[in-house]
Design a binder for this molecule. Structure first.
Ligand code: HEC
Length: 144
């Protein structure tokens, strides 16, 4: 009897483990596919960790990300560090000359269409223009 229980436990663990693996693999594949065209850069691991976090949060809050959450999920891995010459968040001197050119409207426009080595929408094709605008506003507020 005890032995049967042990075997049953093993089976159950194997099945549950298998399901978790399938889910995990499905997710990883979907991410690789959707991101295939958009990134090939050394920040890739950080990006994917972010994306995983984003999709897990997405289940709960879906479209209702705050600007700060959007920034963390989609912009931070470049703008936290100033990767590739991006204006670093919190550094007023990095933002001032850009703001001086055409105000926040121009910054939002450039963030949406892409600028220099920054791809359109900072590699977040599913972000709405409003989300991008809110993220830019957040970055500017933190940098003034
Ligand atoms: C892959 C790295 C990367 C990601 C991700 C990224 N950016 Fe950028 N961003 C840059 C770089 C590089 C520049 C500077 C481009 C230049 O001036 O040539 C830049 C510039 C900007 C600017 C200044 C535009 C201007 O007119 O001077 C804004 C605003 C901006 N990013 C917003 C965002 C927002 C919002 C996100 C997230 C949705 C984001 N970025 C994600 C790399 C990135």
């Amino acid at each position: 009897m005890g032995e049967n229980e042990v075997i049953y436990d093993w089976l159950q663990m194997a099945i549950v483990g298998g399901i978790i693996c399938l889910f995990g693999m499905g997710n990883a594949n979907a991410q690789t596919l959707t991101r295939q065209q958009i990134i090939d850069m050394n920040t890739r691991p950080a990006a994917e960790v972010n994306v995983a976090g984003e999709s897990m949060r997405g289940v709960v809050v879906s479209a209702a990300m705050t600007p700060a959450q959007r920034y963390d999920a989609s912009c931070a891995f470049c703008h936290d560090t100033g990767t590739a010459g991006s204006p670093k968040i919190g550094v007023k001197a990095a933002w001032q000359p850009r703001l001086a050119k055409g105000g926040i409207e121009a910054l939002i426009h450039n963030a949406i269409v892409g600028i220099g080595t920054m791809p359109p929408k900072g590699m977040c094709p599913s972000c709405t223009d409003e989300e991008i605008a809110a993220a830019v506003q957040y970055m500017v507020d933190k940098s003034s």
